[in-house]
Design a protein around this ligand. Sequence first.
Ligand code: ADP
Ligand code: MG
Length: 746
Amino acid sequence: MVQLDTPVQFVKGIGPQIAAMLAEKRIATVEDLLYHLPFRYEDRLHPRALTELTPGEMASVIAEVRGAVLLRTRSMPIFEMTVGQGTSTMKCIWFHGTYLDGKFKTGQMIALYGKVEPSRSSRNFKMIQPQFEILPEDEAEDETRLLEVGRITPVYESLGGSRLASRWIRRIVYYLLQQLEGHVPETLPASLLARLDMPGREEALRCVHFPVAGTPMSQLQASATPAHKRLIFEELFYLECGLELKRRKLQQRTGFAFETNEKAREAIRQILPFHPTTAQKRVLGEIVGDMRKPTPMRRLLQGDVGSGKTIVALQAMIVAIENGCQAALMAPTEILATQHYLAARKVLEKSSRRYRAVLLTGSLDEDKKKLARRRIFHGEADLVIGTHALIEEKVEFANLGIVVVDEQHRFGVLQRFKLMKKPNAAEPDVLVMTATPIPRTLALSLYGDLDLSVLDELPPGRTPIITRRVSDERAEDVWKVVREQARRGHQAYVVYPVIEGQKDDQPELDFAEPEPEETKPAKKSAAKKAAQKKAESLFEKPTLKSATEMYENLQATHLGGLRLGLLHGRLDADEKEIIMRRFQRGEIDVLISTTVIEVGVDVPNASVMVIEHAERFGLAQLHQLRGRVGRGAAKSYCILMTGGRISPAAEERLAAMVRTQDGFELAELDLQLRGPGEFFGTRQAGLPDFRVANLLRDRGLLELAKQEAARFVENPGADATDDEKRRVWARLREAWQRRYGLVEAG
Ligand code: ADP
Ligand code: MG
């Protein structure tokens, strides 16, 4: 008997070999397969007549193959097919269509889906690169023919080449739903479904895969049928239930109830090097409000690059220190940790109090580490600044009161919490800082267990950064700008994607993500893939310039006479620190670097950011890099250099950088270009990996799920029977273990 948890391997028609292919797509069980939903639908019940098409629309057409030919033009082979309905005909064109040669027979019925284009040669229309499916012949009277035509047909993203494409999935899903009829366990309480007017699970699954005639196509394409909504809601409900439980658990734990008396307030004021912005004051108020409560703080501080998060964090840490506790600041890189350490010392010197700060990073030598650990353990360090080493080096604190995690997107959620597990009387407060401008609703769901503060105001006196795209051929001009700025006493960064050579084992090598597909690869033959690979390789033709080589090169040529520094992840900590210090003190004019300087580095006197091979970087990265300049009053420049051919997606990223400096706008675009998973770095950020939900599309359902989860957790009995409650909790545990991996996190 097939059940939802049956491994796919044991399903009729799937053996070990296909199971292995499916495993690659993270499909292990029958349930996983059923939650692989169609990404679009074709109305093959009411296919369009060729005579009623309008140019520009997306249309489903069923027609007869009238003839096909492979044309070898000078630039590329083009496959051209004529299809017809009665006396009307339409042309279909596939560029590089060699792989289609011989695939079609005249008289065959074919389902096409694509954009209708006007045709120059006649009054007829044409489709360019439409998706297609050859339909089974009329005589093939078997049941599965009915899955293809005469209905609203689901189209799936392939689960493995053309073999496991739409048709295969349709059949297997159809078979499974038949087998499971009446045996799909419900996962939501009946009264909840009734109240929300949502279909049961089995019905919902049936309807998303094989919609009944009459289901509005627009609803289907938008994943907005009641069936879709029910499945999306279910997934979000379990996410939110888990977050709600975590929130409640936190409320029961003991934290420090810090006092903010006059002494503490005076201490905070003493370290302020400038007037805080209104936003900084407000946010500090929110943070301190949490710190005064007897439960541990869990707060996310979001602020665009340069918005001034650091000083706010320092102030919060001073509050804890003034209450006799230790404060820890964890940074994602050694450079940043070092910079924070140096900056903190400078700021703290102004105070009449004698704060003791300690730096702890992985590459300090053992003796120094040991000393640091001892001072932390004996409470001889008030402020501890470090990297991951704070977690990894078995650091024990005498009395840790607050942890600030800078640039959260570099840390996993789990790691964030490991620090909490240190044996301690009360749990420290946690403040997580990020420069990733996450749209608010998304932030609330992603970091649902965190309260959110937003620094939405830049410190005064910033001038907009002038951003230009420049082709490699004009490098001469770029170096002239750098020299000119240096002459005026300013400094510059020049960033490369690699440290040296063109090896791809470079730690900082963070190439722009694979280009998103124009259309989902419902069908893509191996030949087409190969053609695409080839096309892509055209984009990467030039060898990469590297930081190390260009450091030598620029020194010897265009930037001769200037003081150059080289910084990258392979230098050991001392070297990095020396270089950073010298750059900070203005003893280096031009810092040649990799993306190690991407995050957080703060040298206000720097006025130029040159990024070579800019097409190689992701949008968030470019925005972060640009954020290194424009921190002082001087006019600043960001120069994006590119050479060779650039992919359309890279083109779009660069255009966006030139167009806007607004982090939120860039983030929205980045989100669109890459999808939420890539955007946040699913694994890195601990972002749940959804099966059916899409945080951008389903914001409304997320709100609903959140409300309902809170209500359910508050009083499960109101909505559910004992049996239903038991099943909800079991499902919750399973969902969190399997999908989110966060069970231990609370
Ligand atoms: P980020 O939010 O990117 O971490 P930082 O905390 O590094 O930003 O601050 C960026 C720069 O702005 C720093 O040089 C900092 O000293 C300065 N700064 C922060 N707040 C203010 C303020 N209220 N007035 C003037 N300068 C400020
Ligand atoms: Mg910062």
